[in-house]
Design a protein around this ligand. Structure first.
Ligand code: APR
Ligand code: PHB
Length: 391
C-alpha cells in the first residue's frame, strides 16, 4: 500500500514523539513508525531528570500539566564522598533547577497528546527500512498486521535509538562513529519506599559508585556500579540493600528500604555518529549519540536535537529555505560534544576504575573536593547539569 506524508519519523521514543508533536503544532504532517507495542514503549523505564529547557518546551507545548502535578522540582543535588555530604545548589549558582520526572512518564504524555491530536502513530511495525533519502525521493517501507506499506515522504527523521535501522543504513564512507566503552555498568532498581533523601545523592565510594534517586514520594530509583555483564539474578534484594547501604553510608543519609519491583543492568558507553544527516535523512537522539547515564543527559540531548530539527523543518516547509536543515548536524554536534564531555567527566569523577593507582584515587577525590569547595567549579558543573544553552 502506497502512502505519503511530509515527515516520516522512525521511533516513538522521546525524540520521535516530541518531533511529531512539534511538527503537528506547526501544521506539518508526520507519521511515527514504531517497532514495539504501545505498552512496551510506555513502560520502558529510563532516567528521570529533565533539564530546565526540556521543562520549558513541555510547558510551552501543552505537555506540562501532569509533569507539574507529579514531577519533583530539584534546586540542587548532593555529592557524597569521604562519608560527607556536599550540596551543589543549582538555583543559587546558575539560576536554574531541574525536574525529576520519569522518561516513561514524558513518553506517556507525548503518546496521549499524539492520540488526542489524531496524528498517525503506528506501533508494532516490522521490517522497517529507509530508502531514497540520498536521491531526494525518501521513503519508508514497513510491514504491519501482515500488510506491506511504502510511505513516501519529503524527509525522514531517524529517531530509532542506538539499535535502530537508520544509522546503519547510512552508506559506508559517509559517516564515522566515535566511542568509548566503560569497564562497568549500573545495576538499577525501582523500590516501593519513600525517597531516602530530598535530593539526588551521587556517591563516590571505594567499593564503587552509587546513586540515590527517586520517581515519586513513594518510589525510589537507585543505582550501583557493577560489572558491565553483571548477572542481575545474582543480586537478591537483601544483597542490593546491603551494598547500597555500604556505599551510601555517610552523614545525613538514612537508607529507606522496601520491595524492589524492577531490577536491571545497563552497560555504559559513549558514542557519537558524525555527521547526523545524509540527504533527506536526519538522525536525532540515541540514533546519533549515547552517553553514560551519570549526567542524566540521554533524553535531554535527544530533546535538544529535536528542537533544532523541528525548527529547521518548519523553516524549510514554510519558506523553502533549507539553511537550517543543511546546518543541522554541525549545530547539533557542537552541543552534543559538550554533553559528551560532561557525561564522561561525571563518570570519571564518581566511578571506581579497576587498575587505578592510589595516585589516581587521590586525584579523583581532590577533584571532587575542588568542585564542592569552589563556587566557580560548582557553577560550571551546575551549568552543565541543568542544561547548556540550546544554541
Ligand atoms: N523501526 C521502528 N522503530 C524502532 C526501530 C525500527 N527498526 N528500532 C528501534 N525503534 C524504536 C524503539 O523501539 C524505541 O521506541 O525507536 C525508539 C527509540 O527510542 P529511544 O531508544 O528512547 O531513543 P530516543 O527517542 O532518542 O531517546 C533517547 O531514550 O533510551 C533512552 O537512554 C535513552 O534517555 C535516552 C532516550
Ligand atoms: C534517574 O533518576 O534515573 C537518574 C537520575 C540522575 C542520573 C541518572 C539517572 O544521573
Amino acid at each position: 500500500m502506497q502512502e505519503r506524508t511530509q515527515v516520516a519519523i522512525i521511533g516513538a521514543g522521546p525524540a520521535g514523539l516530541l518531533l511529531g508533536h512539534l511538527l503537528h503544532l506547526a501544521g506539518i504532517e508526520s507519521v511515527v513508525i514504531e517497532a514495539r507495542s504501545r505498552p512496551y514503549v510506555e513502560n520502558r523505564v529510563r532516567a528521570g531528570v529533565l533539564e530546565h529547557h526540556v521543562v520549558d518546551v513541555l510547558d510551552q507545548t501543552g505537555l506540562g500539566e501532569r509533569m507539574r502535578r507529579e514531577g519533583l522540582p530539584h534546586e540542587g543535588t548532593q555529592f557524597l564522598f569521604g562519608a560527607k555530604l556536599h550540596r551543589i545548589d543549582f538555583q543559587a549558582l546558575v539560576g536554574h533547577s531541574v525536574m525529576v520526572y520519569g522518561q516513561h512518564e514524558v513518553v506517556r504524555d507525548l503518546i496521549a497528546a499524539r492520540q488526542a491530536a489524531g496524528a498517525p502513530l503506528l506501533f508494532d511495525c516490522e521490517d522497517v527500512a529507509v530508502a531514497g533519502y540520498e536521491a531526494g525521493s525518501p521513503a519508508v517501507r514497513y510491514v504491519r498486521d501482515g500488510q506491506a506499506h511504502t510511505l513516501d515522504c519529503d524527509l525522514i527523521a531517524g529517531c530509532d535509538g542506538f539499535h535502530g535501522v537508520c544509522r546503519p543504513s547510512l552508506p559506508p564512507g559517509t559517516w564515522r562513529g566515535f566511542d568509548r566503552v566503560y569497564p562497568f555498568g549500573w545495576l538499577g532498581i525501582l523500590a516501593e519506599a519513600p525517597p531516602s533523601s530530598d535530593e539526588l545523592v551521587y556517591a563516590n565510594h571505594e567499593r564503587g559508585f552509587a546513586l540515590l534517586s527517586m520517581r515519586s514520594p513513594t518510589v525510589q530509583r537507585m543505582y550501583l556500579q557493577c560489572a558491565p555483564d553483571e548477572d542481575v539474578e545474582a543480586w537478591s534484594d537483601d544483597r542490593v540493600w546491603s551494598e547500597l547501604s555500604r556505599r551510601l553510608s555517610g552523614d545525613g543519609v538514612t537508607l529507606r528500604t522496601g520491595r524492589i519491583f524492577q531490577k536491571s543492568v545497563t552497560p555504559m558507553r559513549s558514542f557519537v555518529a558524525e555527521p547526523m544527516q545524509c540527504g533527506r535523512l536526519f538522525l536525532a537522539g540515541d540514533a546519533a549519540h549515547i552517553v553514560p547515564p551519570t549526567g542524566a543527559k540521554g533524553m535531554n540531548s535527544a530533546v535538544a536535537d529535536v528542537l533544532l530539527l523541528s525548527r529547521a523543518i518548519e523553516r524549510w516547509v514554510g519558506t523553502g529555505d533549507d539553511v537550517g536543515l543543511a546546518s543541522y548536524s554541525a549545530a547539533a554536534l557542537r552541543r552534543i560534544w559538550k554533553v559528551q564531555r560532561f557525561s564522561w567527566w561525571m563518570t570519571t569523577l564518581f566511578h571506581r576504575f579497576d587498575g587505578a593507582s592510589d595516585f589516581d584515587r587521590r586525584v579523583q577525590l581532590a577533584e571532587l573536593d575542588y568542585v564542592v569547595g569552589s563556587r566557580e567549579a560548582a557553577a560550571a558543573l551546575a551549568e552543565n547539569y541543568v542544561g547548556l544553552p540550546l544554541s
